[in-house]
Design a protein around this ligand. Structure first.
Ligand code: 5GP
Length: 190
């Protein structure tokens, strides 16, 4: 999506360790008009998928998921992050390795908020190795819900997570796919 790519070119900063910082508009200060356009684009891509729920993970996925939900007219459930796993029957949970923080954390939702037969669109701000998406997909499986796909704002294509998920049969739609990035040479999109 050109609008998002242009904004990343303009404001994105490449940090050491393959981290792309776009916190001026995507996940710290929020450009709501831009996020609304991204949400609308997800709706165009998945409007035929019969989505009944949007699932994301706190905190940075919530704004994007919420703006998309205005178009789908479905609720957003956000998985909460914990340091330890909660094995209660009241929650569906999964372990996720965090690329940015280099640690394992737990994501969990109340079992009351995901039902068998739900058709779930997973939304997140970034896709790198694909671990967050895998954890969220595992939560859906535990609930007996079907994942219709994943809508991502920025995929770092060079980390391969998105392509591995696609090869495994998941529909992954990323609005900007970074093919390479370098503090000196800048950012190239796929
Ligand atoms: P994955 O689980 O696909 O390896 O990483 C996705 C998660 O890590 C996203 O939820 C996002 O919060 C975070 N993340 C991964 N790479 C980056 C990055 O380059 N920049 C930012 N801001 N977040 C990232």
């Amino acid at each position: 999506m050109k609008l998002l790519e242009d904004r990343i070119r303009l404001e994105g900063r490449v940090l050491p360790g393959n981290v792309l910082k776009v916190d001026g508009f995507l996940n710290h200060r929020l450009d709501i008009a831009l996020l609304d356009k991204l949400g609308e684009e997800f709706y165009h891509l998945f409007s035929e998928a019969g989505v009944t729920k949007i699932l994301t993970v706190e905190a940075s996925g919530i704004a994007l998921a919420s703006l998309a939900a205005r178009y789908f007219k479905v609720p957003v459930v956000f998985a909460k992050k914990h340091k330890t796993s909660n094995m209660s029957r009241e929650v569906y949970s999964a372990e996720v390795f965090s690329f940015t923080h280099n640690c394992v954390y737990n994501v969990a939702i109340s079992s009351h908020f995901m039902d068998q037969g739900d058709r779930v669109l997973i939304i997140d701000d970034f896709l790198a190795d694909g671990n967050a998406i895998k954890g969220l997909a595992s939560i859906c499986k535990q609930a007996g819900a079907e994942v219709v796909g994943a809508g991502i704002a920025v995929e770092k294509g060079f980390q391969g997570g998105g392509d591995r998920l696609r090869e495994a049969g998941l529909r992954v739609e990323s609005l900007a796919v970074v093919e390479s990035m370098d503090p000196e040479k800048g950012i190239l999109f796929r």
